[in-house]
Design a protein around this ligand. Sequence first.
Ligand SMILES: [Zn+2]
Length: 87
Amino acid sequence: MAQRQFIDVACECGTPLARYRKGGKGRLVKMFLDKVAEDRAKIFHTEQPLKLHDNIYCPTCGSRVATLHMIRGRPAAKVNQGSVRVV
Ligand SMILES: [Zn+2]
């Protein structure tokens, strides 16, 4: 009985990054791109699709917030724990 919930992800500097549909418990480790409900900073659903190992940066402060990986065959942003917070 997985409860789906939305969380809001922001950069450490306060810039809203995304609303994300997170499944399961625990801290935010990765964000599957197809579960990013609102790409508030336009950094996940980019015009040029992200490629493997691309870094994803906060548009405001420029810190690296995630890196793109393939997880179980799906593109996912692996979150840089120190620079992202759930609000
Ligand atoms: Zn920032």
